[in-house]
Design a protein around this ligand. Structure first.
Ligand SMILES: Cc1ncc(COP(=O)(O)O)c(C=O)c1O
Length: 382
């Protein structure tokens, strides 16, 4: 896979920080420019485009997930879908929601307010282990919500094993795929999960302010949410008709839960172009490309004496690599030193975090490793 020409310009920076922000492909930048041109001459903003733009996005997402289009809601974040589910799943006093210690705040916060209604929120140990999950389940457990790939440990959860436990106990399994979707393939129809939310701006290479929420129909149909967006129920063309009382539709599927302003041209046009680009490359091919970069990175880090704390092999390994200097207190200054040498990675919970994606090359990895070597040498001399 040779994609680096399809991205940038990076202005001399080596960007190995997709877990913070994925780069936008050139083809998506072009789509954004087209969206701006439409708004500059608003006759371009036809009712057909109001319908077609979200429809094309939904169909790209459905392809990505292996789901029917009517199971995908278009959102602006992972948080939107998590709030929809936390507010909409009919939970009663005494019911339990299971979360996991150390999870990303957006996975935890939407559930905490339910405690006011007498719902119990329990935090399980991390990393989540299927056997411990069995022991933690009680007859009042209703929901398990956690992340597929953990932002701060890089651990990829075994969705099949955890999902099987949830199924057996009649617990909805809600997964945040923000650090996984786009970097690893998924077929939601054959994976035992009930909902998958994600942002579009990381591994799906879209703009900030994009996301989706896939829900299994049984879960969606159980939701108790009052939402009736006029542009989901009708089109702008209907405004030309004689006045009539607007009516509710119940045939919309997940579309009923789209974010308002669904024909969000500036964001959804480039995001669609990014998704179509990734789909054309193939998520399997992208995952293989990323895995080769991760192999090279882990080997180079260890040979330079850095400790890699994220999984180094097997199905738990992800595209998020957490590493530390043997003297942990040096990590923050190493992060700063790399930035001064135009190598952009993240510093998270005391560790260095590397996250390469399809636009990165082996040269990018080598440049980062070279900078790490120099830094060690400089510091040990001084
Ligand atoms: C695991 C995870 N979930 C969610 C998010 C953010 O999503 P949102 O802002 O939509 O909640 C991030 C990163 O920003 C993340 O790492």
């Amino acid at each position: 896979l040779n994609c680096s020409e399809d991205f940038g310009p990076f202005h001399g920076k080596t960007w190995i920080n997709c877990s913070h922000q994925g780069a936008l492909p050139r083809v998506a930048a072009k789509a954004a420019q087209e969206a701006i041109a439409w708004k500059q001459a608003p006759h371009n903003l036809t009712a057909k485009r109001f319908t077609d733009v979200p429809a094309r996005l939904r169909s790209a997402l459905a392809k990505l997930l292996g789901a029917p289009t009517d199971e995908v809601a278009l959102t602006n974040s992972a948080s939107y879908g998590l709030h929809l589910l936390a507010n909409g799943i009919p939970l009663r006093e005494g019911d339990e929601v299971l979360l996991v210690h150390g999870d990303f705040p957006s996975v935890v916060l939407p559930w905490l307010g339910l405690e006011k209604r007498g719902i119990t929120v329990r935090h399980l140990d991390s990393p989540l282990d299927p056997d411990e999950l069995v022991r933690a389940m009680t007859p009042r457990s209703r929901v398990l919500c956690t992340t597929w790939v953990h932002s701060f440990t890089g651990v990829a959860l075994n969705l099949d094993a955890v999902g099987a436990v949830c199924r057996e106990h009649g617990v909805w399994f809600i997964v945040n795929g923000a650090q996984a979707v786009g970097a690893r393939p998924i077929d939601v129809t054959s994976t035992p999960i009930d909902a998958l939310v994600s942002v579009g701006f990381k591994w799906l290479c879209g703009p900030y302010g994009t996301g989706f929420c896939w829900m299994r129909p049984a879960l969606r149909e159980s939701l108790e949410v009052n939402q009736a967006y006029w542009l989901a129920m009708q089109t702008a063309d209907d405004l030309g008709k004689e006045e009539a009382l607007p009516t509710l539709r119940d045939d919309l599927g997940a579309r009923a839960y789209d974010i308002f302003g669904t024909a969000n041209f500036f964001n959804f046009m480039p995001w669609t172009a990014s998704l179509e680009y990734l789909l054309a490359k193939g998520i399997d091919n992208i995952a293989a490309h990323d895995a080769a970069l991760v192999d090279r990175l882990i080997e180079g880090l260890e040979s330079r004496g850095y400790r890699v704390s994220s999984p180094k092999s097997g199905p738990e390994r992800s595209t998020l690599i957490l590493a530390s200097h043997e003297d942990r207190s040096r990590n923050e200054s190493i992060h700063r030193a790399l930035r001064e040498q135009n190598i952009e990675i993240a510093y998270r919970r005391g560790n260095l975090r590397f996250s390469p994606h399809l636009y990165n090359t082996t040269e990018d990895i080598d440049r980062a490793l070279e900078a790490l070597t120099k830094h060690r040498r400089n510091r040990s001399v001084s």
